[in-house]
Design a protein around this ligand. Sequence first.
Ligand code: GUN
Ligand code: ZN
Length: 447
Amino acid sequence: MVRAVRGSLFFFLNDPGTDTDPAGSYQYYDDGILVLSDDGYIADVGSTTDMRSRYTLTADETIDYSGRLIIPGLIDTHSHYPQSEIIATYGHQLIQWLEKHAFPAEAQFTDKNYASSISRFFLNELLRNGTTTALIFGSVHKISVEALFEEAEKLNMRIIGGKVMMDRNAPQYLLDTPETAYSDSKALIDTWHNKRGRIRYAITPRFAITSSGEQLKAAQRLYHVYDDVYLQTHVSENQDEIAWVKQLFPSSKSYLNVYHDFGLLGPRSVFAHGIHLTDDEFKLLADRNAAIAFCPTSNLFLGSGLFSVDHACLANIRLALGTDIGAGTSFSMLKTMAEAYKVVQLKKASYTAKPEKHTTLTPFKAFYMATLGAARALYLEESIGTLQPGKEGDFIVLNPDATPLLRFRMQKSSSVADRLFAFMMLADDRAIEAVYLMGQRWQNNGA
Ligand code: GUN
Ligand code: ZN
């Protein structure tokens, strides 16, 4: 029985902001021990010397990861599991990509066996990449989310998901109605939300283009009736999309205001992309305590644009990262952080209207956005995102020797900031040596 793990331990206590040396916002033990309770929570954490003076830990109760870096499980705040098989489909931008690739792929999720097998593949990929929590879109079919939740429950993963609501501007075979969207979502909430495993529900209107006003009202009723349910959708990803939304909702002040007008902005609402938001829209998100999922690999792949981390930080919004599978090109949050860094670099070089203050994406900020920052965006910081006592025992072990290049580069690395940066720029699934869910090591049996 594992009671403790030993290695270098790193986690955040607070937002590191954009300082390159944000001492006090994080905890680092070069040689530390994480003690687990019998039910999989973190019982204690500290230096090996301290922990050994307080606990009697026998060799077979302690797993030794000396030389490795142990951090909280990574958190992906935006993805579509039914799009797993269309990752890397050539040649289109958003609207055409949805029509040519995403919609036909999602049509297959009328078949529960199929949905279960894709769910297993998807969750296995998340875990192989060190992602222990994700906010996930299903397809329009209720069974797609049942399949996902059943598989996540077997793994004891902390997963948030929802059935897509869409009643217009998509192929007939994928449309629901305001009534069925409401009743199917409600049934899923009643069965799953805070009821089974570590599952929570997200009301999921796909985006303003595919939901009528009537359907957005149905989403609003669910969001306001149920305690601590989530709401996930897309906003301001692509210029053609924004123009179309303007035609469909001419009386709303902006794209984000469409959602605001239907009462969909608030705590636990997560908006993917937000590339072309105005300062007023960023301010509205901040005022409403809503979050943005920045999805750099998808934004680059679809040519959607460069998200402004500067504006998001200046507005002080809850900001996290998403893979956006299958427009995103990697399940790895490390790779997602690397692309986020490059987007910030490119954005800095391309501003026409310069923001008050420039940031680069420090390694601290990037890891924060994939751990405690994401937990805060999801209002889950009481449970996950750090390695503090009382949190769920979801953590991962990063191997700095995973590839020849990583090993070579790490030899030159003397600070924790530089090690983190090398991991985010150069590492991928090969560096994820072990993954723990509620204190139990996850065994990859394939999927
Ligand atoms: N906007 C509406 N639906 C989608 C989707 O499936 N993927 C992306 N990237 N954007 C969307
Ligand atoms: Zn998406």
